[in-house]
Design a protein around this ligand. Structure first.
Ligand code: UDP
Ligand code: MG
Length: 151
């Protein structure tokens, strides 16, 4: 199957506290993505500063790190067709108020500083984020439904 990509998806601390982990994972599973890594982690500020290194000079950066370090997150790697761009579409816009209904942010949250879920914005960043959050590596297995999802 062409265009197979991996993306890094993360349920943020507010998503975990609000009991939305299952809902978020379910949306990606039902779409047909293959989950190849999953764990709960309470991230250190050091890890988060690496993850969000591109945003270091933005005014919201200190609050973003505080928010993301405020509780455990659920780290997920998904594989599938156009996983990076499709993951972003399913997430919605960064600002939940600008996110269409039907998207994760458009359905489940209201404020940019509490937008419940992260998704990689490019294949290159996805590779970087997967290496950062899963240095132990990723499970390899065949998804039995693959021939029912792709022709
Ligand atoms: N963020 C914020 N205020 C802003 C922009 C971003 O608090 O004005 C937070 C928000 O949680 C966002 C995260 O910083 O998800 C990372 O920002 P980015 O621009 O990478 O948005 P994303 O890729 O998550 O849509
Ligand atoms: Mg981003």
């Amino acid at each position: 199957m062409s265009n197979t990509e991996r993306t890094y998806i993360m349920v943020k601390p507010d998503g975990v506290q609000r009991g939305l982990v299952g809902e978020i994972i379910q949306r990606f599973e039902r779409r047909g993505f293959k989950m190849i890594a999953l764990k709960m982690v309470w991230p250190t500020t050091e890890l988060l500063e690496k993850h969000y290194a591109d945003l270091k000079n933005r005014p919201f950066f200190p609050n973003l790190i505080k928010y993301m370090a405020s509780g455990p997150v659920v780290a997920i790697v998904l594989e599938g067709r156009d996983a990076v761009a499709t993951g972003r579409v399913m997430l919605g816009e960064t600002d939940p108020l600008k996110s269409a209904p039907g998207t994760i942010r458009g359905d489940l949250c209201l404020q940019v500083g509490r937008n419940i879920c992260h998704g990689s914005d490019s294949v290159q960043n996805a590779e970087k984020e997967i290496a950062l959050w899963f240095p132990e590596g990723i499970v390899k297995y065949t998804l039995a439904t693959e021939n029912w999802i792709f022709e």
